[in-house]
Design a protein around this ligand. Structure first.
Ligand code: IMP
Length: 199
């Protein structure tokens, strides 16, 4: 089996996160790929049992590729605060609890890092493209900036309103999708992925 995706190929997006799906669909748009999400196929969400972004992205992509017999793309990503030694990191989604309350998760980052002068923050996106034969390709993107308080903006998702990328005057929560893609961790990982795996 060839491990390149040609225009018109069907690709499973192994995510149930609406914010990520919106961004990845936007990034895939120029490539004429036939995208179906794991949610549309009622695929279960595997537990994220690995201790790295790449490990969890691989686990999710392989589960979807094996279940469907089609290539699958997964993103494992997170917000990292320097004051918290990189937390919440791979547990970013879990900090929002079952209600997916990101106001609460952002408040926790703010409260727990208040005693540190370190405002550095970064996002990581690990992408894994997996094929049904078990072949995987992984790529990682990162964007650096600072955490700010109070959060600003209603765009994006997750921790976007409290992240100010280096050199910018607007948070990711204040930027539209196109502006965010100009610097984002996900767009950077995606550029590596398309260069390596898309015909
Ligand atoms: P997971 O990759 O499904 O474990 O979830 C990653 C979590 O990290 C998301 O639920 C968001 O809270 C956070 N996250 C990842 N990427 C972004 C982003 O681009 N903006 C804001 N939050 C993000």
């Amino acid at each position: 089996m060839t491990h390149l995706l040609a225009p018109g190929s069907r690709l499973i997006l192994a995510s149930h996160n609406k914010g990520k799906l919106r961004e990845i669909r936007g990034l895939l748009q120029p490539w004429a790929i036939d995208v179906v999400s794991a949610g549309e196929l009622n695929l279960p969400e595997p537990d994220e049992t690995e201790d790295s972004f790449i490990g969890n992205a691989r686990l999710k992509a392989l589960a979807a590729a094996t279940a469907t017999g089609l290539p699958a793309l997964a993103d494992d990503s997170g917000f990292c605060a320097g004051a918290l030694s990189g937390a919440p990191g791979i547990t970013s989604a879990r900090w929002a609890g079952p209600e997916k309350d990101f106001r609460m998760a952002m408040q926790r980052v703010h409260t727990e890092s208040a005693s540190s002068p370190d405002r550095s923050a970064w996002f990581i996106s690990a992408l894994c493209l997996a094929w049904p034969d078990g072949h995987t390709e992984t790529f990682e993107g990162r964007v650096d900036g600072v955490q700010i308080w109070p959060p600003r903006g209603e765009h994006g998702f997750g921790y976007d309103p409290m992240f100010l990328p280096s050199g910018a005057s607007e948070t990711y929560g204040e930027m539209d999708q196109e502006q965010k893609h100009a610097t984002s961790h996900r767009a950077r990982a995606f550029a590596l992925l398309t260069a390596a795996c898309f015909k």
